[in-house]
Design a protein around this ligand. Structure first.
Ligand code: FAD
Length: 384
C-alpha cells in the first residue's frame, strides 16, 4: 500500500480526533456513556468500513490501513474500543458466511446502517477455555433455540447484530475439543426482549461491556454461518486481525503517553529546573519510547504478513503482547512524570492509564500468548 495514502488517512483521522478533545472523553468516562458522536463521525468518514471489500460497499483496504487508523485514534487521545469491532467482527461473515449472508449484511455494515460490533464468545465459567463453553443452540424445525449466558459482550447495547459462538453438539459427544461449536449471526433487533436480555457491567473503564442471557431464544436456522460444528475454527481465523488491530491501539496509546510525558517533563519546573532534566524522569520515558518502537516493528511485520496472506499467528500474538506491555510501560512513565497531577481527571493520564491496562488481559491474556509461542514456535509441550 502506498505510504502517501496511509499518511493521508492518518491526517484525516487526526483532524477528526481534534474535534473530540480530552474534555469530551472525560465526560463520557465520568458518566460511563457511549461516545455516539465520535463513533458516528468515524462511520460517516468511512473509516470503519476500510476492511470490507469494495463489492460489498467497503473500501477494500489492507489491514495495515485499519492498523494506522486505530493507532492514530489512540495517539490522539481518543479511544477506538467503542467501535473497533465494527471494523473486524464482520471477518467471520466475510470468510465463512454464504454469499446470501454477505449480500444481506455487509453493505449495511459498510454504510454503518447496521452495527455488527457484538462478539459473544466468553462465558463466565469457561473463561479462556473457549472450547468449554456451555451456551447451547439446539435445532428445532426451522430455528435454533439458544440457552445460556455470555459475559463481557462489549457494545451489545450499541449493536444490531451479534456474532455468537454456541455449542451445537454436547462436549461428551465430540471427537476433538475444537468440534461441536457453531457460529451464528444474531439479529439482536429481533431477539432483544424475546429470549435475550442484556445487563451492563460497570467496569474500571468506560467500555460499554455487558452480560447477555439467552432463555429459549429462537433464531432462524439461516443464522448459522458456515457448517455446524466448525465455529471454533471460524472464530480462530479472525483472531489474528483482532490481535494486530488491538496492538495498533496500544502503539497509539504508547505514543500518546510518551508525547504527553515528554511535554510535561519539559514544562514542569521544580527545584528551579525542568523535571525532564533529571535522568530519573528522562530514562523511563526514553525506555518506553524504545519499547514502543520495537513493538511497532512487530505490528508492522504482522500486518505485512497478514496482508500478504501469509501465516502470522506468531507475529500477531507477539505484536499484541509487546505492544500492550509497551503501552503499559509508557503509561507508568507518564503517570510518574506527572506526579500528583497524573491523578487529576483533567490531564487524561489516569483515564488512558486505566484504558490501556485492559489489553494485557483482553482479547487474550499475556499468559495465553506465551503458551501459544511456547507450544507453536518452540515445540514445548502444551501446558493446559
Ligand atoms: C472490558 C472487557 C471487554 C471484553 N470484551 C469481550 C467481548 O466483546 N467478547 C468476548 O467474547 N469477550 C470479551 N472479553 C473477555 C476477554 O476476552 C477475557 O476476559 C479474556 O480472554 C480472559 O478470560 P477470563 O477473563 O475468563 O480469564 P480467565 O480465563 O479466568 O483467566 C484468569 C487469569 O488466569 C490466567 N490463565 C488461565 N488459564 C491459564 C493457563 N492455562 N496458563 C496460564 N495462565 C492461565 C489468564 O492468563 C488470566 O490472567 C472482554 C473482557 C473485558 C475485561
Amino acid at each position: 500500500m502506498d505510504n502517501d495514502i496511509i499518511d493521508q488517512i492518518r491526517q484525516t483521522v487526526r483532524q477528526l480526533c481534534a474535534q473530540y478533545p480530552g474534555s469530551y472523553w472525560q465526560e463520557k468516562d465520568r458518566e460511563r456513556a457511549y461516545p455516539t458522536e465520535f463513533v458516528n463521525a468515524l462511520t460517516e468518514a468511512g473509516l470503519l468500513s476500510s476492511l470490507i471489500p469494495e463489492e460489498y460497499g467497503g473500501a477494500g483496504l489492507p489491514l495495515a490501513v485499519a492498523s494506522a487508523i486505530l493507532e492514530e485514534i489512540h495517539a490522539n487521545g481518543c479511544n477506538g474500543a467503542a467501535c473497533h469491532a465494527q471494523m473486524y467482527t464482520m471477518g467471520t461473515l466475510l470468510r465463512h458466511g454464504s454469499e446470501e449472508q454477505r449480500k444481506k449484511y455487509l453493505p449495511g455494515i459498510a454504510s454503518g446502517e447496521l452495527r455488527l460490533q457484538a462478539f459473544g464468545v466468553t462465558e463466565p465459567t469457561a473463561g479462556t477455555d473457549t472450547t468449554s463453553i456451555s451456551t447451547t443452540a439446539v435445532r428445532d424445525g426451522d430455528d435454533y433455540v439458544v440457552n445460556g449466558q455470555k459475559v463481557w459482550t462489549s457494545r451489545a447495547e450499541h449493536s444490531d447484530l451479534m456474532i455468537l459462538l454456541a455449542r451445537t453438539t454436547a462436549k461428551d459427544k465430540i471427537a476433538k475439543r475444537a468440534d461441536g461449536l457453531s457460529v451464528f449471526i444474531v439479529d439482536m433487533r429481533e431477539t432483544l426482549g424475546k429470549g435475550m436480555t442484556i445487563h451492563p457491567i460497570r467496569t474500571m473503564i468506560n467500555h460499554a461491556t455487558t452480560a447477555v442471557f439467552f432463555d429459549n431464544m429462537r433464531i432462524p436456522a439461516s443464522s448459522l454461518i458456515g457448517e455446524e460444528g466448525k465455529g471454533f475454527r471460524y472464530i480462530l481465523t479472525g483472531m489474528n486481525a483482532e490481535r494486530i488491530l488491538i496492538a495498533s491501539e496500544c502503539i497509539g496509546d504508547a505514543n500518546w503517553f510518551i508525547k504527553t510525558a515528554a511535554n510535561y517533563a519539559r514544562e514542569r519546573s521544580v527545584f528551579g529546573r525542568p523535571i525532564g532534566q533529571n535522568q530519573g524522569i528522562q530514562f523511563p520515558i526514553a525506555r518506553a519510547y524504545a519499547e514502543m518502537k520495537a513493538a511497532h516493528l512487530m505490528v508492522k511485520e504482522a500486518c505485512r504478513k497478514y496482508d500478504a496472506g501469509e501465516a502470522c499467528g506468531a507475529e500477531a500474538n507477539m505484536a499484541k503482547m509487546l505492544a500492550s506491555e509497551a503501552s503499559w510501560a509508557a503509561g507508568e512513565a507518564c503517570l510518574q512524570t506527572h506526579g500528583g497531577f497524573g491523578f487529576a481527571e483533567e490531564y487524561d493520564v489516569e483515564r488512558k492509564y486505566r484504558e490501556t491496562r485492559l489489553y494485557q488481559i483482553a482479547p487474550i491474556s499475556t499468559n495465553l500468548i506465551l503458551s501459544y509461542l511456547a507450544e507453536h514456535e518452540l515445540e514445548l509441550p502444551r501446558s493446559y
